[in-house]
Ligand binder design. Structure first.
Ligand code: NAD
Length: 447
């Protein structure tokens, strides 16, 4: 039957982490029957109760609403998830392999194979995970090998661009929908699934499989390059006595450049950008595209260097040694509005100072628990005031609104030596200095 006619397609979401849980809840909110499948029983149990096992603004409400409405359920039984569905979104992780820049594709391969094996009727398998170019073509062979005879199984790619912290909004109102490698049937099916965002104006880009895979990683590579570019400019500013935040505002007004992703500072982290640029670096090298590999090598190097630069500023603020010094760290999450500490620059700097013998107190409004699991040896406190009190130096490492808007005069009264290092370029140096703070930022004049 033509997908436009007949009953609404039923949806399975394979892998219900940050991406999958959000996608499943959003698809249910669009009116579809959705089953989420994950191999992690604890995660599945929480989601089944309508609870999001991580912090993502707005997702809790959306998820519990859809679970209660009976449109959304979760299972650890793949046959149960796949059996009744027409569209199968693959949302499992593609982390960096230990000791290599390459992506670990074992989860995507296992998930695709499991879906193919359990198909009971024609189905479209839609890859959403971020994968190296060429992966989808290989997965097509996996599907061809494992799908039961007589079942028409198609594999297409539909990369995901959501931002953590804005995941719900991004899923319901995407900037664009990229669908790669579709047939007439699967394109119609996906246009039906995304009918609401398309009607609201989201452009649809239909392309081949490798282009779809590359759109995603190139977008991330561009964003990463933009951040490392401004951080390189910051180093010139610092040497020349210029102010990179004013410079960024000025160049950002050129619409060809744009102000977003132009904040100099501690650099990027998280579960996506670092591993995605490394995977692209690796894949480009494999394909002999050495200019891309070389560019990204430099982008990564500059980015990781920012963490060292902030540690160096902390050392300088403590006369060369942080041994037994008390250091207040504001922020552990890799960015505000998330509890995600995967490859978090903030936590990395906090841990580096701890290893050098400092007494490090960390406060994060959402990520203390996830940070504690990663770095249990750091001390976690429960307010900005606790983190600042009686310290030798305070580091602002994640630009949570409450840190940016904190009252410098009130905080200055809490510590005998008010010294602050603004590693995100979001504090107002004049206001902090007027309140008695010795202020240092990256790429900003020293006084
Ligand atoms: P995640 O680690 O939060 O979630 C992955 C989930 O997959 C886990 O819950 C894990 O238990 C599950 N899983 C692993 N193997 C499985 C299998 N064989 N069958 C079923 N479930 C399985 O990761 P994430 O952040 O959601 O990322 C998933 C993918 O989406 C990655 O490729 C990532 O690059 C991409 N992506 C993530 C974001 C983001 O902001 N998090 C944005 C765009 C794209």
């Amino acid at each position: 039957a033509a997908p436009e006619a007949g009953p609404a397609p039923r949806i399975a979401v394979i892998g219900t982490g940050y991406l999958g849980a959000t996608h499943a809840a959003a698809m249910a909110a669009l009116g579809f029957d959705v089953v989420g499948f994950d191999t992690d029983p604890e995660k599945t149990r929480a989601l089944s109760l309508g609870k999001v096992p991580f912090y993502e603004p707005g997702l809790d409400a959306l998820l519990s609403e859809q679970v209660e409405a009976g449109r959304l359920r979760f299972t650890t039984d793949v046959a149960d998830a796949v059996g009744d569905a027409d569209v199968h979104f693959i949302c499992v992780g593609t982390p960096q392999q230990p000791g290599s820049n390459a992506a670990n594709l074992s989860y995507v391969e296992a998930a695709t194979r499991a879906v193919a094996e359990h198909l009971t009727r024609d189905g479209v398998i839609v890859g959403k995970s971020t994968v190296p170019v060429g992966t989808a073509a290989r997965l097509r062979e996996v599907v061809a090998q494992h799908a039961p005879d007589g079942v028409d199984a198609e594999l297409v790619w539909n990369p995901e661009f959501l931002r953590e912290g804005k995941a719900v909004e991004d899923t319901l109102h995407p900037d664009r929908i990229v669908i790669g490698g579709v047939s007439e049937r699967s394109e119609a099916l996906l246009r039906r699934v995304y009918a609401r965002p398309i009607a609201a104006g989201a452009p649809v880009i239909v392309c081949d499989l490798p282009t779809a895979e590359l759109v995603k990683v190139s977008a991330n590579a561009f964003l990463a390059t933009k951040i490392s570019f401004i951080n390189a400019v910051a180093s010139v500013c610092e040497a020349a006595g210029a102010d990179v935040t004013v410079l960024a505002d000025a160049i950002g007004l050129d619409p060809r450049i744009g102000r977003k992703f132009l904040d100099a500072g501690l650099g990027f982290g998280g579960g996506c950008l670092p591993k995605d640029i490394r995977a692209l670096m690796h894949r480009s090298g494999e394909l002999g595209a050495y200019r891309m590999a070389g560019l990204l090598q430099k982008v990564d190097e500059i980015n990781m260097g920012q963490r060292e630069a902030v540690v160096a500023l902390a050392l300088a603020a403590c006369d060369g040694s942080v041994l037994n010094k008390s250091i207040g760290v504001l922020g552990a999450a890799f960015k505000p509005e998330t509890d995600d500490v995967r490859d978090s620059p903030a936590l990395n700097v906090a841990a580096a100072l701890h290893l050098r013998g400092a007494q490090v107190k960390v406060f994060d409004p959402a990520a203390s628990e996830t940070a504690r699991r990663t770095f249990p040896t750091l001390t976690y406190v429960s307010s900005t005031e606790d983190a600042v009190e009686a310290t030798d130096v305070v580091l602002v490492l994640t630009e949570w609104k409450q840190f940016v808007e904190a009252d410098p005069a009130m905080l200055a009264a809490l510590t005998p030596t008010p010294r602050v290092i603004d590693a995100r370029g979001k504090l107002d140096p004049a206001a902090w200095r007027a309140a008695g703070w010795e202020f240092r930022g990256l790429g900003r004049p020293t006084a």
